[in-house]
Design a protein around this ligand. Structure first.
Ligand code: DGJ
Length: 338
C-alpha cells in the first residue's frame, strides 16, 4: 500500500469514526446492503435531531412503505399530548406533528385529561384518519374514550366524540380492523372488570355495537392480530404501571369462543405491557412484531418502546424477548442479530 493510500485510508477511518460518533446518540437504522435492519431494544428512541421520541402506548398505521406511529407524549409525564411520527424501518422515527394538544384541540374538555393509548385508523370510504383514545380524568373515574378525525394524516384533528362508548365505562383501549374493513374499539370496561368489543360505525367515528368479552377477568392493554381465519389477542392484568404476565387468547369469531387465557413469555412480559402487534408481510414470509411499553424506565417520560418477533402456532405463540434482532422489510423474514 502506498503512503497516499495509507493516508486516504486513515482519513476515511477518521471520517467514519466521526460519523458514527455523531450518529451514536440516536437510534438510527443499521440496515445492511441486503435489506436487513437491526432492531435493538432497551434504549430511548431519539429522532435524527436528537429529541426523545414521545409516543408511548403507540398505535400504528402503514401506508406504502411508511409506518406512522401515534402515541402519548409523556414529556410532561401526566396529561399527555398525542404525537405523530413516521419511519420506513421502525427504527428511525421522524417527528411529524403533535396531533392532539391537551386542552387546546378540544378546549371544552379541559386541560387536565389523561389521554392514553391513542390508536390510528384510516377509513377508506370517508378518506379520513381517525384516532381513538382513552380520555381520562385524574382519578380514572371518568372512564371515557374520545375520537378525533382529520382529512390528512398530518392535518388538523378535530374532536368527533367523547364519553363512555354506548354508556359503558371504558379505560385501556386499542383498535382492530378486520379484513373486510370493519373496525373495532376494544376497551377495558366497567371498573376494569371486562373487555368490551365495540364495533365501530362505517365511518369509524362512533361505537355501534358492544360485545362483552372475558367477563370478570380484569384484562387490559389488549392487542389483536388476525392470521388466516384465527384471531389472537395479547393482554395484561391490571397492575398500574407495574408489568405483569402477558396472556394469549385466540378465537375464530371475534365475538365469541375466545380460548382460556394462556400465560406466555416470562411472568412480567419482559417488563413490558402490550401496545400493538405489527405484521411485516414480505416476499418470502410474514413476521409479527410484538410492541410493548417498558413503563417508568425509570420515569414515565423515559418509558421504552420494546419490539420483538413473535411466532404464532395454531393455538399458541412463542413470545421471547430479544435484546436485538434483524428484520428484512423486503422478504418479511427476521433472524437473530449477526
Ligand atoms: C395501565 C394502563 O395500561 C396504562 O395505559 C395506564 O392507564 C396505567 N395503567 C396507569 O396506571
Amino acid at each position: 500500500m502506498s503512503r497516499h493510500t495509507h493516508l486516504a485510508t486513515a482519513l476515511l477511518c477518521i471520517g467514519l469514526m466521526a460519523m458514527s460518533t455523531a450518529c451514536g446518540t440516536g437510534r438510527h437504522s443499521t440496515g445492511t446492503p441486503d435489506n436487513w435492519v437491526t432492531i435493538t431494544n432497551g434504549q430511548l428512541w431519539l429522532t435524527p435531531e436528537g429529541d426523545t421520541v414521545q409516543a408511548h402506548a403507540p398505535g400504528f398505521l402503514r401506508q406504502g412503505n411508511t409506518w406512522y406511529m401515534v402515541g402519548e407524549d409523556r414529556g410532561k409525564e401526566y396529561n399527555p399530548d398525542v404525537n405523530l411520527y413516521s419511519s420506513t424501518d421502525l427504527q428511525t422515527w421522524h417527528f411529524v406533528k403533535k396531533i392532539i394538544r391537551n386542552g387546546v384541540t378540544s378546549p371544552d374538555l379541559g386541560t387536565k385529561r389523561m389521554i392514553e393509548r391513542a390508536k390510528i385508523l384510516y377509513n377508506a370510504k370517508t378518506k379520513r384518519y381517525v384516532v381513538w383514545c382513552h380520555w381520562e380524568a385524574s382519578n380514572y373515574g371518568a372512564s371515557e374514550a374520545a375520537c378525533f378525525s382529520s382529512d390528512r394524516i398530518d392535518g388538523d384533528y378535530r374532536l368527533e366524540w367523547s364519553g363512555r362508548p354506548m354508556g359503558i365505562k371504558s379505560r385501556d383501549c386499542n383498535v382492530f380492523v378486520d379484513n373486510d374493513g370493519t373496525a373495532y374499539f376494544i376497551a377495558t370496561t366497567e371498573e376494569n372488570q371486562h373487555l368490551g368489543l365495540f364495533r365501530l360505525s362505517d365511518n369509524y367515528l362512533s361505537a355501534a355495537a358492544h360485545t362483552q368479552l372475558f367477563p370478570g377477568q380484569q384484562r387490559e392493554a389488549p392487542a389483536i392480530v388476525r392470521l388466516g381465519n384465527r384471531y389472537f389477542m395479547f393482554s395484561s392484568a391490571c397492575t398500574g404501571w407495574a408489568p405483569n404476565q402477558c396472556k394469549l387468547s385466540w378465537t375464530d369469531d371475534l365475538h365469541r369462543g375466545w380460548s382460556d387465557l394462556e400465560p406466555i413469555g416470562d411472568s412480567k412480559a419482559f417488563r413490558t405491557q402490550p401496545a400493538a402487534i405489527l405484521e411485516i408481510r414480505g416476499t418470502r414470509a410474514t413476521t409479527y412484531l410484538y410492541v410493548g411499553d417498558r413503563w417508568k424506565d425509570p420515569t414515565l417520560a423515559e418509558t421504552k418502546t420494546i419490539m420483538f418477533p413473535v411466532t404464532f402456532t395454531d393455538t399458541s405463540c412463542d413470545f421471547q424477548y430479544r435484546d436485538s434482532f434483524q428484520i428484512n422489510f423486503k422478504t418479511g423474514e427476521w433472524r437473530e442479530k449477526r
